[in-house]
Design a protein. Sequence first.
Length: 222
Amino acid sequence: MKSKRLIVGMILWLAPFALVACGGAQSAGITGSAPEDALFWDSFTPGETGDWFVEGDDAGSTAVINQELVIAISQPNTLQFSTLQEQTFTDFALEVEARQIAGSPESSFGVLTRMQDNNQFYRFDITGNGLFMVERRNADGTWTQFLDDWTPSEAINQGFNVPNSLKVTAQGSRMSFYVNDVLVHQIDDVIFPSGSIALDGGTFGQSGLQVAFDNVVVRAAE
């Protein structure tokens, strides 16, 4: 499975609510050496990086830079992701640190889980201005959203170069989604019981997104 670029067919709708300009919890990131209970761990140290698919062209790129995996997108309405190859997970807890470096605060970034292929997966993304979404990409190219719309959360640290810790736990059909250790949503869905993982970034009406990921850890579900 490779990195893949998808055209995002939906526009980010900003509802008329007030967002907390400097809101959010402190990032509860994973640092230091690999946890003893880790099924997979990556701090993107040179010579020790996992088998992430990276690529680049005029539209966008994925690359390991300064011990982070960086996704850059130069086109609007585009979703690009880097997949961890040759590893799949069924019941798990995935954590990663993510920060937006540049681009519109309405752009999104996050994780894909239980990937069947480049077109079927669950997506958990946040935006630089404090919204999040949980959705499923279906085999026919449609999206199933598990929220009515992109939803605000004070748990999200807003702005550039501000880290957020994202976590997804999956056990059977139950999946839980956290930002900085705050539970923001849960779903029960049986469509994809297992699969691979990826890190992603997405643009809507504007281009120029850059987002960096670090300290990826996958543990067995408790």
